[in-house]
Structure formats: structure tokens, C-alpha cells
Design a protein around this ligand. Structure first.
Ligand SMILES: Nc1ncnc2c1ncn2[C@@H]1O[C@H](COP(=O)(O)OP(=O)(O)O)[C@@H](O)[C@H]1O
Ligand SMILES: [Mg+2]
Length: 235
């Protein structure tokens, strides 16, 4: 589903954000991407949805070879990838319903299909009752659930979440990760960049550790700080 071979990312200011990344994530996988601030988590996610282009190396996402991807094909790639951010990025003057409908409208979907799909994703995140509210009228956890609903609207193959619990309290964070786990169980490949040690440890998923732009560890059913000699200091 996602493959990176020998990927390096050097930003225009010469920051070498990612070094020699080789990573394979199979369809239906669930991966926690962890590492200190500045270790390259966001950069790695941006490469996958082609917000950034690698300086060297190859990236394949589903059927797309990103190095060969024509600009005009980027929207098709992006429809296969839902993205969730720490600060939700909901449009403040649109209702929750409108925020979700909007991403379907831009694909040219028929209005009755849009209605059906928005209803469905709102049910999935238990926000049916709040669909006519504005984002600012919802709690942080509800706003993040709304942003997950929006990310799922196009039935993406992949869901990328960049520190999705960064602004949430522990109980709400835990509920949110349970929701991401349910989404994964229904077949979506999920990658979560996070600092949340207790959640990573409790979920026992694959953990990929970035340390100064390099993959330091990559293990199945792992915990936040791999229990091994020489494990990097993460925070
Ligand atoms: N757009 C950018 N331009 C230049 N440098 C950047 C840019 N984005 C991130 N960086 C740098 O790349 C490194 C990795 O950052 P980032 O991927 O945001 O890490 P993380 O998400 O793990 O905190 C950092 O040194 C950061 O300052
Ligand atoms: Mg980041």
C-alpha cells in the first residue's frame, strides 16, 4: 500500500529532514510513527500525500509511483488519503455537516450521494446530533472526531493522523484512538504520528521510531520506547 525506498528529504534551507528511509506498510496496517519533535514525522507523512517531494528515492502509494505522478493526478492520489491534524483544521464558519460535505462537493459527487455519505460518516464518529453546529461549539474531542469524519468522507484507503491527540485530554485521546482502531479494522490503512506514550504502549501495534530523520526501530506489537539496549532517547 505504501512503500518508500532510499528516501531522503532535504528542505530548501538545507535541513536534511529524512535520511535513507526504507519503509513498507501493507494494506490494512496500523502504524504508530513516534520520535522527538523535529525527528521527521510530519515530513514523512507529507511525502505520502505528496505535500513534499523527496530529494532522492522512490515512493509508491497504492497504484501511484509518486515520482511519475503528473500534477493533474494529485487530486486522485489525495482522495485515497484522509489526513487528520492536531489542530483539526475545520472551517470555522461552516457547520460540521458542511465541513464534511465540502470535500465531497469538490469531487463533483451528486448531492443525494453526498447527503448519504455525510450521514454515514457522522454516524461512524457519533456526531449525528451535532451536525448543524459550528466547530467552535464542539469540544476538542468532538472537533477531532468531525475531522476524522471529514477525512473518511471519500472512503480513503489510507488515513494519516499527525499528532491527533495533541490537544486532547487523556480520556478523550483514548476514545479517539479507539475510533482510529475501528476505522483500521474496517480495512483502512492507518498511520498515526504521536508523542502519546501511554496510547502507543496500550495498543501494541507496529511502532516506527524516527530519530533525527532516520528510522531507528521498526517493530510489530511494540511499545513507545523499544525495550532494547541502545534505544534512542525520544523526549
Ligand atoms: N517546510 C520546512 N522547511 C524547512 N525545514 C523544515 C520544514 N518542515 C520541517 N522542517 C525541519 O525538518 C525537520 C523535521 O521536521 P518535522 O518533519 O516537522 O518533524 P516532527 O513532525 O517529527 O516534529 C526539523 O528540523 C524541521 O525544523
Ligand atoms: Mg510534526
Amino acid at each position: 500500500m505504501i512503500e518508500l525506498h532510499g528516501v531522503n528529504l532535504v528542505y530548501p534551507n538545507n535541513v536534511h529532514a529524512l535520511h535513507d528511509i526504507d519503509l513498507h506498510i501493507e494494506k490494512g496496517g496500523f502504524v504508530f510513527l513516534v520520535g522527538a519533535t523535529g525527528s521527521g514525522k510530519t515530513s514523512l507523512l507529507k511525502l505520502i500525500y505528496r505535500e513534499e517531494i523527496p530529494t532522492t528515492g522512490e515512493i509508491f502509494v497504492d497504484t501511484h509511483d509518486l515520482s511519475q505522478l503528473n500534477r493533474s493526478r494529485i487530486p486522485y492520489l489525495r482522495r485515497k488519503i484522509g489526513v487528520v491534524f492536531q489542530d483539526f483544521k475545520l472551517l470555522p464558519y461552516k457547520t460540521i455537516y458542511e465541513n464534511i460535505a465540502y470535500v465531497l462537493e469538490v469531487t463533483g459527487a451528486a448531492s443525494h450521494d453526498i447527503q448519504k455519505r455525510v450521514k454515514k460518516v457522522l454516524e461512524m464518529v457519533s456526531l449525528t446530533e451535532k451536525s448543524e453546529m459550528l466547530p467552535g461549539e464542539l469540544s476538542g474531542g468532538e472537533q477531532q472526531r468531525a475531522s476524522i469524519a471529514r477525512a473518511l468522507a471519500n472512503r480513503p484507503l489510507i488515513l494519516l493522523a499527525d499528532e491527533p491527540t495533541g490537544n486532547l485530554d487523556p480520556d478523550t485521546s483514548w476514545e479517539l484512538v479507539q475510533l482510529l482502531d475501528r476505522v483500521n479494522t474496517q480495512g483502512t490503512t492507518v498511520i498515526v504520528a504521536t508523542h502519546n506514550k501511554s496510547i502507543v504502549d496500550a495498543m501494541k501495534k507496529r511502532v516506527v521510531v524516527l530519530n533525527e530523520g532516520r528510522i531507528a526501530y521498526d517493530e510489530e506489537k511494540a511499545s513507545y520506547i523499544p525495550n532494547r539496549q541502545g534505544a534512542p532517547e525520544l523526549i
